[in-house]
Design a binder for this molecule. Sequence first.
Ligand code: C2E
Ligand code: CA
Ligand code: CA
Length: 518
Amino acid sequence: MRDMGWITADGLLLTGTNLLLLALLAWALLGALLYLRLTRSRNRIRNHLSAAVTQLDKLRGRDPLTGLITRPEFELALEEATLECDHTGVPLALLYLGLDDFRHINELHGHREGDTLLVQVARRLTSVVGSGPVVCRVAGDEFALQAPGDAVDAAHTAERIQAALQQPFELAGTKLRVSASLGIAMYPEHGSRPRLLAHAALAMRAVKLAGGASHGHYDPAMGFDQRNQAELVRDLRLAIDRGQLQLYYQPKVDARSLQITAAEALLRWQHPARGMVSPAVFIPLAERHGLIGALGNWVIAEACRQAGQWREQGLRMRVAVNLSGLQLRQDDLVQCIEAALRQHRIPAERLTCEITESVAMEDTTQTRAAFERLRLAGLHVSIDDFGTGHSSLATLRKLPAAELKIDRAFVTDLASSAEARSIAQAIVQMAHTLDLRVVAEGVETEAQRDILLALECDELQGFLFARPMPAQALALWASDDRSESSRSQPSVFRASLFEPTAPAPMIDARPGTQGPGF
Ligand code: C2E
Ligand code: CA
Ligand code: CA
């Protein structure tokens, strides 16, 4: 049966069914509108509420994020504590804490997760020093704490704080490790109450400059160091253009045959006035001041150029470069590596990218994507400083790594510590299960070498065999042009360097000498 209806001006037939549908549609629209208005006003109320809570917290002298007391409240408490100290003669320590790499955590996980981390850090700090007016968030990721006692007590407090922060934090479903730098200023030794906070902060920045994850006491020379640092950054900006950078190379040798398998490029900066500046000083500076991209690209280009030159001399070995975590986040990193490899006709698997364990284990979308690009490019990936971070076997299995480098700390302690031996052994076994080669770095003594051989470590690197040295020195040292003094040394290096990559003959492991490096 046909539905009766009217024709509208637009020619639409308004039947009973259509009318019903239109009414339903209007109802739904009205509902949606109402819902939107409700949600909006609910959000408005929520925002007002959180603004009011923030305001209330401020009035109560509390940091709205962490619930810790605010800086003015902390300074009041500090004033009282110093008066007490004047009265009793018991010294007082002011500890200034800055999280290492917090900016990077914020960039990787977002500000909301960054805030969550700060709240958790605040909780751990109060678990160490108590929840009284003794700890506050000074700004961003920086906290100040006060503790009665002398400098030794303060160092113990700093160690307890580091230990508390070492436990992993839960962030967005992943486990995250953080470290902190702590500066300590003592009252009355290191200045009057108003200067104390600034002095402890200065000490904290000095610790960060030296690599972080530690603590240090204020020293009056530190003010000078800060100015020094600003000058160093300014000079570093010019260092590439002025040709002050150079790559030194340190060989990795096969543990049994002593054949050189690779040369690791280590950056050196010849400063016109200061002399040789250590990469341990200027790489963190470059990372902090946005210079690591340019520096890293220079290293890649130079290492590939050198590898090309060695290839022409018939020298067949891998060249390794160190990649900073920030470089991994550089979108065009692999493109830059591939361009350098193409230019010097180096096969991708001949270049090793050394990436520290802590960076490799971040397991974020960005690092996963970077590793995938390295894998697709066919590059040889090595996990550096292994054993210091907190690896998950699951993440390790997913990485396109071909090599693990046991951190120097374990190698140093091999002869004296059963624990270091067990760790080294566990690393070798795990690596071999995953089909990875194991390199031990920092081998300085024959005793260490013998233990590593017994543990079936594949490759060795360290002063026992050779120090880092300029490219030319490495080639000279390995050739017949070596100096008289080195001529007496075993010729295994020369033979292995200049021969094609045929399997090396098995010979007794013999210590080499220190090459001409620094
Ligand atoms: P690393 O990658 O762990 O490099 C090994 C460091 O240990 C080097 O210090 C090397 O000279 C030193 N070493 C090697 N064998 C021994 C030994 O037997 N005993 C002792 N005591 N030390 C040994 P170096 O050259 O001062 O480099 C320090 C760090 O600076 C490197 O640690 C690496 O993290 C960083 N670095 C160096 N060059 C670069 C670079 O081009 N890019 C980046 N991102 N980092 C670099
Ligand atoms: Ca390295
Ligand atoms: Ca290393």
